[in-house]
Design a protein around this ligand. Structure first.
Ligand code: WQD
Length: 334
């Protein structure tokens, strides 16, 4: 089967391409390298020993998207491409709505023109909004608290409506929790760009001596140690979750959401201590004010993904921490 992976050179996309290739799928990558690099494609090919057909194309380029579909007999699309920084989305909402929504519409319309009926969407736990209790369950009411989250929610709705118009479409909406870690090879991972927003890239930059210390946003939450709790999932487990969804797509009627998490919540201090232990180094930190918009704690109910996709995470927190550092070490040793 030929799988089009939009954003396939990105953090989660590249790990999913490795899994796809190692599971016998053919992969075509569409990526504009806005938040990634052609080096990731070379790394995918080095890890798997297989070649990947790649198009340096922006999903906003309708003709470019049409060319990808016209030149390849695509069986399914896994759609990662899009902007994903929460803070930036608040500063530049129209950039996010334009890119994420119009880009996705271009992909969906190309699917319609070329009779492609299978789609896996990179959604996010952010669609559960601020008012749901943990563990999050797929059928809970959805909302968003920032333009990035609204784009994820709106795309989920777009795909539900597309499935009403096309009853023979099969769509999986994969709601990620907090992806961290890296492939064991150390050749692909989450490249920290500038000052990272997310916790693990920030920690690895401190470990690399590029940043002085970690600021822990809030130490007075109603959590076991006062710091924020999240459901961290190894990116390699997340990649496997996409294969599991792809393999079950024929049995999914319409659009169906699945949580991809571990079901276990860890605090910021849990992560810091696990990282220090796994890598035998110290991470200096200061506890500062809460970050506006942060929730105290959330994690996944994993029942549906386990029962319907046969998905269960395999990697430990120690491996998430060790592999994250292993990747960044490789980065700075080059
Ligand atoms: C995790 C915890 C912070 C940085 C976001 C998006 C979500 C998804 C993942 C795209 C929180 C704390 C963080 C730091 C800290 N992105 N933290 N100091 O906010 O849970 O989720 O990224 O899909 O949609 O919302 O992830 O890594 O930013 O924060 O103390 O320098 O670490 O307060 O408790 P978050 P995060």
């Amino acid at each position: 089967m030929n799988i089009l992976v939009t954003g396939g050179a990105g953090f989660i996309g590249s790990h999913t391409c490795v899994e796809l290739l190692q599971n016998g799928y053919e992969v075509i990558i569409l990526d504009n390298y806005y938040n990634s690099s052609p080096d990731a494609v070379k790394a995918i090919e080095k890890i798997t020993g297989k070649s990947v057909k790649t198009y340096e194309t922006d999903m906003l380029d309708k003709d470019g998207v049409e060319q990808v579909f016209a030149e390849n007999n695509i069986d399914a699309v896994i759609h990662f491409a899009g902007l994903k920084a929460v803070g930036e989305s608040v500063q530049k909402p129209m950039f996010y709505y334009h890119t994420n929504l119009e880009g996705t519409i271009n992909i969906i319309e190309a699917m319609e023109r070329h009779q492609v009926k299978k789609f896996v969407f990179s959604s996010s736990a952010t669609v559960y909004g601020m008012n749901n209790p943990s563990p999050y369950v797929e059928g809970m009411p959805l909302s968003a608290t920032n333009p990035y989250g609204w784009t994820k929610l709106m795309i989920e709705q777009m795909l539900c409506d597309a499935c009403v118009a096309h009853p023979d479409w099969h769509v999986a909406l994969l709601r990620y929790f907090n992806p961290i870690g890296a492939h064991a090879s150390g050749l692909i991972g989450e490249k920290p760009n500038g000052i990272p927003n997310n916790l693990m890239p920030y920690i690895t930059m401190v470990a690399a001596g590029k940043l002085d210390h970690l600021n822990i946003f809030g130490g007075d939450y109603d959590t076991p140690d006062g710091t924020g709790v999240r459901d961290y999932i190894h990116v390699c487990d997340l990649a496997v979750g996409h294969i599991k969804a792809l393999d079950k797509l024929d049995q999914i009627q319409g659009a169906r959401a699945f949580n991809l998490g571990t079901g276990v919540g860890y605090s910021v201090l849990d992560i810091v201590h696990a990282f220090e232990k796994a890598n035998n180094l110290k991470i200096p930190y200061e506890i500062t004010d809460r970050r506006p918009g942060d929730l105290p704690s959330y994690f996944a109910d994993t029942t549906r993904a386990y029962q319907e996709l046969g998905f269960k995470t395999q990697h430990s927190l120690e491996d998430m921490c060790r592999s994250s550092w292993n990747f960044v070490k490789h980065l700075y040793q080059q």
